[in-house]
Design a protein around this ligand. Structure first.
Ligand code: AP5
Ligand code: MG
Length: 215
């Protein structure tokens, strides 16, 4: 199954993608994670993307479409993927349709994880991840069982994203409403769109997603 998780910054796309991966054996393709890896490695793509990401704007369609096209050639994607943070513009969605078509694959579902704006700033500014394994946490919503120790790998170092401050989140939210929200009618028109209430607690959102995907 190939699935798109659509939603605002802090909506829970990454959190839910990881949980669905465990359940359905699909691979998470997060363009945000891929771009952050490119920035960290200092590659040409990373150099182009760094300032744009820190400003809370979208990197060019050309860059992300290229990354996804290439990534889908990896055999680990054959059993299905969860697109997390891609597509984000109608041009990216149209390109994805063509890419999947050329590879003899198709999109099965698009799920909007809907969360009101007022919840998102706190979610994003409270987020941190394990430096060793990438497991995600939140200052109040999702703490590790033992303070300062990662539940998954026992790591004790944690990271916060450069773009996870209130000012940049506000810009990312504007980009979402202006450039990404038009994808909702795009996929609605194709009969692929479902909506999940992403304001519920994490486990409840996963439960509803699993029920929806199992149908
Ligand atoms: P990206 O990394 O995709 O960031 P984003 O879309 O802003 O989304 P986030 O990762 O912030 O949120 P999320 O929905 O994954 O939330 P999470 O599960 O972590 O993109 C970053 C940047 O890269 C973009 O701004 C852009 O510059 C560039 N980029 C990426 N893709 C691009 C593309 N296709 N085109 C152009 N540019 C692109 O949850 C957040 C926090 O909330 C966590 O701490 C979690 O514990 C907590 N939480 C999650 N769910 C719940 C819940 N139900 N209840 C309570 N707390 C919750
Ligand atoms: Mg994410």
């Amino acid at each position: 199954m190939n699935l798109i998780l659509l939603g605002p910054p802090g909506g829970g796309k990454g959190t839910q993608a990881k949980r669905l991966m465990d359940k359905f054996g699909m691979v998470q393709l997060s363009t945000g994670d891929m771009l952050r890896a490119a920035v960290a490695s200092g590659s040409e793509v990373g150099l182009k993307a760094k300032a744009v990401m820190e400003a809370g704007q979208l990197v060019t369609d050309e860059i992300v479409i290229g990354i996804i096209d290439q990534r889908l050639d990896n055999p680990d994607t054959k059993n299905g993927v969860i697109f997390d943070g891609f597509p984000r513009t109608v041009a990216q969605a149209q390109a994805l349709d063509k890419i999947l078509d050329a590879k003899g694959r198709k999109l099965d579902r698009v799920v909007e994880v809907r969360v009101p704006d007022q919840l998102l700033i706190d979610r994003v500014t409270g987020r941190y991840t394990c430096a060793k394994c990438g497991a995600g946490y939140h200052d109040t919503n999702q703490k590790p069982k033992k303070d300062g120790v990662c539940d998954s790998c026992g790591g004790t170092e944690f990271l916060r994203r450069a773009d996870d401050n209130a000012e940049t989140v506000t810009k990312r939210l504007s980009a979402y409403h202006e450039q990404t929200a038009p994808l909702l009618p795009y996929y609605e028109g194709k009969g692929l769109l479902k909506v999940i209430d992403g304001a519920q607690d994490i486990a409840k959102v996963t439960e509803e997603l699993i029920a929806l995907l199992g149908k």
